[in-house]
Design a protein around this ligand. Structure first.
Ligand code: ZN
Ligand code: ZN
Length: 335
């Protein structure tokens, strides 16, 4: 029982109302829907168990101690900001500095927007008369309230608004796997409550992912175009492919030299919010060699001759064309 009290930050013997209040405050912070910390779920479960334990134990006390209902303190407003992430940062998770600008009372004038003058001054609007010329004739001078002289002037620091911008930088832990449009909620980092003892609101960060020079996101699939020698596609073999977690070696089946896709399950974008991890989809783009040297030319000519001999099987369209227009089954070697 004492452990349950200390988990909720309470001393033994406090009222049921205090237990409820402590639990509500901690639950706001630790609820796994609001707190991305992986430890949050377990901690929240422990808090709830402690709470239920204490509430059950206090059933009898409740009937004797009647408490005045606590007024609900107004909570501060939530603060919404955008947070742009590079794909690498979003993939691995990161700690990101987030600048929070805040409007505070001007220090120079204490928020009044005015500063006192050591000597009173003739009002420059009405030139001391207390009245100004307007459409309907002479009117009361607003600047000096009709007195003709001023003992204050607008604060030169805040230009009369009474407010200035202050700010601080928050190190935000970004869990891996967030996508554009997701929201990251940081509890109690929003606007302060209008009342001194009220809870501040939450900071709600709207995620957007920067475009990447290589990868493209398609749901949770990560797509990339990988140039590859057309001959490698024909012969099959190994190929190194970059992933956001580092390069991996994949096996290519021997087959056609036409563009094809290679799909590696679970190597794409990490899972999040109950979604499974995506696949890495490699779009293989065949490349043909250019301007070969004599040694390569010899090898290719040899290959070409061999292909010509077997054209009916390996180059059927060419074989049909030659049979139609040259009147024989296959061409003799051109070289
Ligand atoms: Zn000021
Ligand atoms: Zn005046």
């Amino acid at each position: 029982m004492n452990d349950a009290y200390s988990l909720l930050g309470l001393s033994p013997g406090v009222s049921r109302q205090d237990v409820k209040r402590a639990f509500r405050r901690l639950a706001m912070h630790w609820h796994p829907d609001r707190n991305p910390d992986p430890a949050a779920q377990d901690h929240f479960r422990a808090l709830r168990a402690a709470y239920e334990n204490l509430i059950a134990g206090q059933q009898d006390v409740e009937e004797i101690v009647q408490e005045a209902p606590q007024p609900q303190r107004p909570r501060g407003a939530d603060r919404r900001q955008d947070l742009a992430l590079d794909l690498e940062e979003a993939f691995l998770g990161c700690e990101k500095p987030v600048r929070l600008a805040r409007d505070i009372d001007c220090e120079a004038c204490g928020g009044s927007g005015e500063e006192h003058l050591t000597h009173s001054r003739l009002c420059e609007h009405c030139h001391g008369s207390g009245r100004v010329r307007a459409k309907g004739g002479l009117q009361h001078c607003e600047a000096c309230d009709g007195r003709g002289y001023r003992t204050r002037r607008p604060c030169s620091t805040c230009l009369g608004s009474g407010r200035t911008q202050a700010g601080r930088t928050l190190a935000v832990k970004v869990p891996p796997g967030l996508l554009t449009g997701d929201e990251l909620r940081i509890v109690r980092e929003g606007e302060p409550s209008p009342e001194a003892e009220g809870e501040p609101g939450d900071l709600r960060l709207r995620i957007s992912l920067n475009t990447h020079a290589l990868y493209r996101l398609d749901g949770r699939d990560l797509r990339l175009v990988r140039p590859v020698s057309a001959l490698r596609l024909l012969s099959g073999g190994e190929l190194t492919v970059p992933t956001l977690a580092g390069p991996v070696v994949v096996h290519i089946e021997a087959g056609s030299a036409a563009p094809r896709e290679l799909r590696i399950e679970n190597a794409g974008y990490p899972s999040g919010r109950g979604q499974p991890a995506g696949a890495l989809v490699v779009e293989l783009q065949p490349m043909l060699p250019e301007d070969c040297d004599p040694q390569l030319r010899r090898l290719i000519a040899e290959l070409d001759a061999e292909l010509s001999r077997k054209s009916a099987r390996y180059l059927p369209e060419l074989a049909r064309w030659e049979a139609s227009w040259l009147g024989r089954k296959s061409a003799s070697p051109r070289r």
